[in-house]
Ligand binder design. Sequence first.
Ligand code: FES
Length: 129
Amino acid sequence: MLSRRGLLVAIAAGTAAIGLTGLSEVAANAAKTFTVCKTSAVPVKGGKTFSVGGKKILITQPKAGTFKAFVAVCTHQGGALSGASNNVITCPLHGARFDASTGAGSPPAQMPLSKVSVSVAGGSVKVKF
Ligand code: FES
């Protein structure tokens, strides 16, 4: 039988173990920054898809020097998105159209594209997730 003191020690050890597990999950989920391409690889008002960190990422350049990044998966039924033209990303499966600047979609897509954190440094486009 566990004494009262033994019970308190066991509870404290369990709480500490849960706390350590939480910390390791935070460390495992820490965002990483990936260099994707040179800025010149993405046309103005266009877009291009890249494989980065195991994900397909669509980089757009809605206006010169402004870059946006999205997960290159249509929010309707998961169609693969491959680019943009005149600041519109069009899904090849059922024709949903997404704004290349905001990711906002039109039917049949009900949800906007998932945004990815993007930055530019030293002439390269970088994403963080
Ligand atoms: S999967 Fe993209 S419009 Fe249907």
